[in-house]
Design a protein around this ligand. Structure first.
Ligand SMILES: [Zn+2]
Length: 137
């Protein structure tokens, strides 16, 4: 992982997040926003869901997660959190797998070079207009 690229990504996302926070709060309060290139990709009930989605969508760790709250945390400052992978309490610069986990992940999935372009993609809930009624005779 290029930590400089991640630092830039986090800064970009945080700036954008602060600007759009007032419009996010009414519908997304207390949810977790997965952010990429200064845009909210999707929001989630739990930080772990946002993290898992980020990891599955984006190569390496170039995305960030912000809690939709009145007092957003600037993730460019080190924070205390539980590593989502090994569950240890850590104090690190970015939310995500801790340093030792990242080292392990890089060793195991480092050759993976999948790039995802659908940054703004939002899964749509498909509504089935008529569920097939079960006949009961
Ligand atoms: Zn860890």
């Amino acid at each position: 992982m290029n930590s400089e690229a991640q630092a830039v990504e986090v800064d970009t996302n945080y700036d954008a997040f602060v600007r759009m926070l007032s419009s996010l709060l009414p519908e997304h309060r207390d949810r977790w926003a997965l952010m990429r290139h200064g845009e909210v990709v999707q929001t989630f009930d739990r930080v772990g869901q946002a993290f898992d989605e980020g990891r599955s969508r984006y190569r390496e760790d170039v995305f960030s997660i912000q809690e939709v709250t009145d007092e957003p945390i600037d993730l460019s400052e080190p924070i205390d959190f539980t590593c989502p992978r090994c569950r240890l309490e850590v104090h690190e610069q970015f939310y995500g797998p801790c340093t030792s986990c990242r080292t392990t992940l890089r060793a195991t999935v480092g050759s993976e070079a999948r790039e995802v372009h659908d940054v703004a993609y939002e899964p749509k809930m498909n509504v089935t207009p008529n569920a097939v009624a079960l006949k009961d005779d």
